[in-house]
Design a protein around this ligand. Structure first.
Ligand code: GLC
Ligand code: MG
Length: 545
């Protein structure tokens, strides 16, 4: 145990010891939304120095890698996903020196650091775009996607923005439209231009040389657009109430074959650095298309983010099928990964309820593959209702009332029961949850029954049982509301039983003993032939043979 005042470090050597396995296959990734993690200067916005003061929490939790959502200079039209300088730090988050200090502190704890890389679009305030829009003959004109109006006038084609409305913005000064898959303040970069590619690869070098261990690449499946700019066809399955973008099938503005070449080039850059640098891709596609992003010969992204659990109805049979289909679709040698929540999605406790959030944590941390935990899920944060006058997210402002706003899942992390939860001494940019007197780190740290304690138990168990990391997954089954599977490694067999319902369930099972229950009272209980699951209970059972 570290002494008081001595920084905690990951000292079990897990990340270093097994040379054959890259660190990220044994790791748990933790996503920090920097604006909301910890404020150090009272401006109500989280910052890098703040994050540095909270590393003990991550070490205590037992995670291995920190992914930071963007901290680059940005007008914040999309809260940092509109980058105005790919090689800097926004003053609201700190300085490059603060970044280097944080990197050093993270590495000193035995943790890894993953940055968000946003290559599909920049801010309209990026100097490259200011040049590009200055004249048709500017050398950077072709770094963005400019097109003439359609023959009869109007936008060049029917493509739509992910944030509502058309994807083309008219530029009166030069008499052309530019493409923006998101806000007009986020013009799409032209990845068909070799100079742009080189400039963006220089960005990767810049951060890799500073010591980052990998990148989560934003909307990587959108990077390349159809070279003929064909119209997207109508979506025959469109229903009233869906977003305007759902009216079309995204055939020509996403998942184009040429994207794979770019990802391979990014990967090759990462591979030219020592230390198994990690490429994660943000990809919302059906499983059969998702797995293509591992790349030919697995030379694409090592972890194309698997979001299948995010939109899954919470039913045992459906989730069993998701697991089976994903495992079956994985290319030979590809490593799986699972995500429950992120900064774009309603929190798990709001989707399925707080009791089931504990079951979901057990699922996430016992499936085969690298889990990613979104900050605050470990204390059971739920979506926070945002009063209309405090709405920040353009997704809500542009298409109000469709439930597209992402502020509710981006609220400040409550560290203690004080007025602003220990997050800030000022006024937080979004309100803390009304439940933060109990849903906070300090309260849960001393409560053995808390979801935080459950996360810690699960992570510790994962670390001490090779079956849960290296093991195969087998016998994925649904028995009414109960999802079951086994993890196996050598002679060890661990059965995972997840009651996804609110009724007691009986499940037939081989003899064994309880390793963990989401309900505290069952450790070491013997089971023989049958086990009773409480409502909303998850069990891990070590089978005797
Ligand atoms: C990704 C980010 C999201 C952002 C969008 C545009 O989906 O996760 O937060 O709004 O890209 O950059
Ligand atoms: Mg601050």
């Amino acid at each position: 145990m570290p002494k008081v005042g001595e920084p905690m470090t990951r000292d079990d050597g897990m990340l270093q010891s097994r040379t054959a396995t890259p660190w990220w296959q044994r790791a748990i990734i933790y996503q920090v939304y920097p604006r909301s993690f910890q404020d150090s200067d009272g401006d109500g916005l989280g910052d890098l120095k703040g994050i540095a003061t909270r590393l003990d929490h991550l070490v205590g939790l037992g995670v291995d890698a920190v992914w930071l959502s963007p901290v680059y200079p940005s007008p914040m039209a999309d809260f940092g996903y509109d980058v105005a300088d790919y090689c800097g730090i926004d003053p609201r988050f700190g300085t490059l020196a603060d970044f280097d200090a944080l990197t050093t502190a993270i590495h000193a704890r035995g943790l890894k650091l993953i940055l968000d890389f946003v290559p599909n679009h920049s801010s309209d305030q990026h100097p490259w775009f200011l040049e590009s829009r200055s004249s048709r003959t500017n050398p950077k004109r072709d770094w963005y996607i400019w097109r003439d109006p359609a023959p009869g006038g109007g936008p060049p084609n029917n493509w739509l923005s992910h944030f509502g409305g058309g994807a083309w913005e008219w530029d009166a000064h030069t008499g052309q439209y530019y493409l923006h898959s998101f806000l007009a303040a986020q013009p799409d970069l032209n990845w068909r231009n070799p100079d742009l590619r080189t400039a963006m690869y220089d960005v990767l070098h810049f951060w890799l040389e500073r010591g980052v261990d990998g990148f989560r690449v934003d909307v990587v499946w959108l990077l390349i657009k159809d070279d003929q700019f064909r119209d997207n066809p109508p979506n025959p399955a469109y229903r009233e109430g869906q977003t305007s973008r759902d009216k079309l099938l995204s055939i020509y503005d996403s998942d184009r074959p040429e994207t794979q070449g770019i990802i391979q080039e990014m990967r090759a850059i990462l591979d030219s650095f020592a230390g198994d640098r990690l490429l994660i891709g943000e990809i919302y596609l059906p499983v059969d298309r998702l797995v293509a992003y591992y790349g030919r010969d697995l030379k694409g992204a090592q972890m194309p983010f698997n979001f299948q659990l995010i939109n899954a109805p919470w039913h045992a049979a459906g989730i069993a099928k998701i697991i089976d289909d994903y495992e079956t679709a994985l290319p030979e040698g590809a490593w799986p990964n699972w995500v429950l929540s992120n900064h774009d999605q309603s929190r798990i406790g709001s989707r399925i309820g707080q009791a089931q959030a504990r079951v979901a944590a057990t699922l996430l941390l016992t499936l085969r593959g690298t889990p990613t935990i979104y900050y605050g899920e470990e204390i059971g944060m739920v979506d926070v209702p945002i009063p209309p006058d405090r709405v920040q997210d353009p997704a809500e402002k542009n298409q109000p009332g469709l439930g597209l706003g992402r502020d509710p899942e981006r609220t400040p992390m409550p560290w203690d029961a004080s007025v602003q939860g220990g997050f800030t001494t000022g006024t937080p940019w979004l309100p803390l949850g009304p439940d933060h007197a109990t849903v906070n780190v300090a309260a849960q740290r001393v409560d053995a029954g808390s979801i935080l304690a459950l996360y810690k138990r699960l992570i510790a168990l994962r670390r001490s049982h090779p079956a849960l990391i290296d093991g195969a997954i087998a016998l994925v089954k649904a028995q009414s509301a109960v999802l079951t599977y086994e993890r196996r490694h050598g002679s060890e067999r661990i059965a995972v039983l997840l009651n996804l319902g609110h009724d007691e369930q009986r499940v037939a099972i081989d003899d064994g003993s309880v390793l963990l229950s989401t309900h505290l009272d069952r450790a070491d209980e013997r089971v023989a032939g049958e086990v009773v699951l409480h409502p909303d209970e998850a069990l891990l059972i070590r089978l005797s043979r």
